[in-house]
Design a protein around this ligand. Structure first.
Ligand SMILES: [Zn+2]
Length: 149
């Protein structure tokens, strides 16, 4: 029985062949295997909207604008306009103090929404002294309070 990966690989091969068929019409760019995405290597960099420092995407917490309001995006993959904050109270309170989140996400924060985000921020470590989340290849569990030093 083929594994999901094998099935995917076969589908991809078919796809490439179909692509090749079309290629002559579009101007042949040669070897289509170049289309395969390289794994890892490039770590996307994002800017914390509070302190403006750049960090690897996974070292930051993503907030996403949804129909229900602004929510913490633990997976970092949810659809919608997003922004990033360091996982510490310093950056969160700076962001929540003004209208930076609203500006970044082009939305209005309701009082309840702001409160929910403040409650989340309260579970974070106070300042930056925390192990790099980058190293841990696991989703951030929003329900868990940060580990105390
Ligand atoms: Zn920050």
């Amino acid at each position: 029985m083929p594994t999901a990966a094998e099935a995917a690989a076969r589908e991809f091969a078919v796809h490439v062949r179909q692509d090749r068929g079309r290629c002559s019409a579009l101007g042949d760019r040669g070897d289509m295997t170049a289309k395969q995405q390289p794994r890892t290597r490039h770590v996307p960099q994002r800017t914390c909207i509070a302190c403006r420092r750049v960090a690897g995407k996974r070292a930051l917490i993503r907030l996403v604008r949804t129909d229900a309001g602004v929510e913490v995006d633990a997976t970092g993959k949810r659809a919608g306009r997003g922004m990033y904050l360091h996982p510490n109270q310093q950056c969160w309170s700076a962001a929540l103090k003004g209208s930076r989140i609203e500006q970044a996400l082009r939305t209005k924060l309701s009082a309840a929404n702001r409160q929910a985000l403040q409650a989340f921020a309260a579970t974070l470590p106070a300042s930056e002294e925390l192990p790099p989340i980058d190293a841990a290849d696991q989703p951030v569990d929003a329900a868990q309070p940060g580990t105390e030093a």
